[in-house]
Design a protein around this ligand. Sequence first.
Ligand code: PLP
Length: 386
Amino acid sequence: MLSRDLKDRLRAYETPFYLYDMDLLRRTLTRVTGLAREHGFVVHYAIKANFDPRILYEIKESGLGIDCASGNEVRCALEAGFDPRKIVYAGVGKRDKEIRYALEQGIFAINCESVQELHVVDAIAAELGKVQDVGLRINPDIDPRTNSCIDTGQADSKFGISYEEVVSRIDEIKALRNVRVAGVHLHIGSQIRDMQVFEYLCVKANAIVARLTSLGLYFDFVDVGGGLGVNYDIPEREPVPAFESVFDIVAKHLDVGGRPVHFEFGRAIVAQCGELITSVLYNKTTATGRKYIIVDASMTELIRPALYGAYHDIENLTSSATGHDRYTIAGTACESTDVFDEGITLPVTRRGDLLTIKSAGAYGMSMASRYNLHDLPRAVYSDDIN
Ligand SMILES: Cc1ncc(COP(=O)(O)O)c(C=O)c1O
């Protein structure tokens, strides 16, 4: 989060750009690794949230593992120096070439999301003369009480294998020769703020683990996924998310026979350390009286508001005018949904003012596109601003 001192120096950079608070990132990593150590938990970082090389460097140095969702994410993690034995790979539609690549790298586990995928991994492993450790990503049918666009663990979802199917096809799964079921994996959604949801997850996980064990499936670890939410409304109140809450709940309610427990946090690690800095281009008022501020960022830099109505707090960093007004903040892209927020009250805002769109470190840059042939936004790191 920006100090006044830092704000003055942002004028030197061409907008729009992502600004990363590297001290906050390091504080977040110190917190999550310290708590994980106390509990004996293993934490992976979901690289899909942000694959910026300097962010990855800090994460690698902190000792976290990596959770990937594509072959290129596995490649990116390896190039960033992560140990293959700390890499897990989930994803509902892994292509054959991605599976082959992951197998060749000797990653820790592939989390499989259908029985058919297990057979494909088994066949490719056989061709390579390997036995690959896999996790069974099981859909536990839990409502994560979050934005429905980012829930992944309800019965009708495309993610994971239904528990019933795993049970009914357990002999078929056990008979595979070139995959070894090394873990059970659950990930029910993102931006989970209701901590009771994690308790329900533990209760379901306990039942799943007990039943699969009784059916003679022996596995080493249980991965309860990521999903811990952050405070988008008032980020200053909670710069480091509530890792202690989710860890305490899991320590208290998860009972998986002493097996190592893994997490895969994305958003909670990087959301609050990133902001999108943008300049005001134009003010205009529609015939209906709506006051628009057109900024030089758009959904091509940060798609979350346009894609699923996500909220980001916006602040005018440089306004010197007196008084306030109500504005709709819109981007440059040729799409009507390219709006960052509607009807927000800001100090009187004019061409040339700098705005910050906060909590944009997760699923911001990693979802950026070149629509309208915009340039991809650059990154500025607090460590480099002096
Ligand atoms: C399998 C898996 N693990 C972890 C994550 C990270 O989730 P979050 O950023 O909410 O922690 C995701 C996000 O989509 C995921 O699909």
